[in-house]
Design a protein around this ligand. Structure first.
Ligand SMILES: Nc1ncnc2c1ncn2[C@@H]1O[C@H](COP(=O)(O)OP(=O)(O)OP(=O)(O)O)[C@@H](O)[C@H]1O
Ligand SMILES: [Mg+2]
Length: 310
């Protein structure tokens, strides 16, 4: 796990794309509820809806953008539009870059541009520079179920990929292919990209089949530990998010699972996941600050002692 590059005024951010080419596996549900879970922990979160279906935006109850309010489409196509202009404050601590169906038109329009896969990354980097210490700590990107230019923009803009999936045999078969895809993207547009983990969605732990699939997934990632692959640090996150009708109902009310029913199994699972993800990041940040405080000998007397550099 690593962070986006930072300078002294920009804190590191954990940047994550929720990606799986397969449709209906829980990408959007996880992006929204993880973002809300992290925001509920008091973390500053930015959620980017990169899917022309606009489901993440709908899930958060975002209104159709009015008047001149730009969306992700404008962000990708118009160099004069900044991420700060696109963001709407969806909840306390949770800013949303919303998508509408016109985003479907972005892919053909971007096709000829030399920086066609880098537009989102540049917009996020500019935003982080502008915002400095106020920039988000967690940036989550909800990708569409395809590997077109929109997803490539998402994968270019992050360090980490989370793969939401359901534990069944066909999904298991697709994992290797998904990992190869990330590897390929890594080689072409983003050498920092790696898969951090799988999030099991809509999970039914009562069948022996799902238990076998999870065991196979664990074994797949354990085997990768010693290999030089972008998923060598990946794991299956716990808890799995249980199948829970409340999770499926919440979007139609424009509510996160915590607003819709904060004690239902889905809310408990997403809260536990958000806590785990925040904790992991705190550990990374404290390692980074410890490394930054290691003494670098310099010419000036003020910084020449270990105490002065802390
Ligand atoms: N834990 C859960 N319990 C019950 N239903 C769930 C759960 N997680 C997701 N769902 C439902 O599964 C369906 C697909 O979820 P979601 O829209 O998040 O998938 P997706 O991968 O984003 O889909 P797409 O590929 O179309 O973008 C939705 O109806 C959602 O409400
Ligand atoms: Mg989706």
């Amino acid at each position: 796990m690593s962070s986006t590059p930072s300078n002294s005024s920009t804190p590191p951010a954990r940047t994550i794309a929720l990606m799986n080419q397969k449709g209906g596996v829980g990408k959007t549900t996880t992006a929204v509820n993880l973002a809300a879970g992290l925001a509920g922990l008091g973390r500053r979160v930015l959620l980017i809806d990169l899917d022309p279906q606009g489901h993440a935006s709908l899930h958060l109850g975002a209104k159709e953008p009015e008047g001149d309010q730009p969306t992700v489409y404008d962000l990708l196509l118009d160099p004069g539009v900044s991420l700060a202009e696109v963001l709407v404050q969806a909840r306390p601590n949770l800013a949303l870059a919303a998508a509408t169906t016109d985003l479907a038109g972005a892919e053909p329009e971007l096709a000829g541009a030399p920086d066609k896969t880098l537009r989102l990354r540049r917009a996020i980097e500019a935003y982080q520079r502008e915002q400095g210490p106020r920039a988000a700590e967690f940036i989550l990107i909800d990708c569409p179920p395809s590997l077109g230019l929109l997803t490539l923009n998402g994968l270019s803009a992050v360090r980490e990929v989370f793969i939401p999936m359901q534990a069944h045999f066909l999904a298991l078969q697709g994992v290797g292919k998904l990992m190869q895809t990330v590897s390929l993207v890594g080689r072409t547009v983003n050498p920092h990209l790696h898969v951090t983990g799988v999030i099991l969605c809509n999970h039914d732990a009562s069948t022996s089949h799902s238990r076998e699939v999870v065991a196979d997934l664990d074994a797949f990632f354990t085997e990768a530990r010693t290999q030089n692959v972008p998923w060598s640090k990946a794991r299956v996150y716990r808890p799995a998010v249980r199948r829970n009708v409340k999770v499926a109902e919440a979007p139609s009310f424009g509510q996160t699972i915590f607003e819709y029913d904060k004690w239902c199994p889905g809310a408990l699972d997403y809260r536990a996941l958000a806590e785990a993800i925040a904790k992991e990041w705190d550990e990374v940040v404290s390692r980074l600050s410890a490394a930054a405080s290691v003494v670098v000998p310099s010419a000036g007397p003020a910084s020449s002692s270990p105490a002065a550099s802390r």
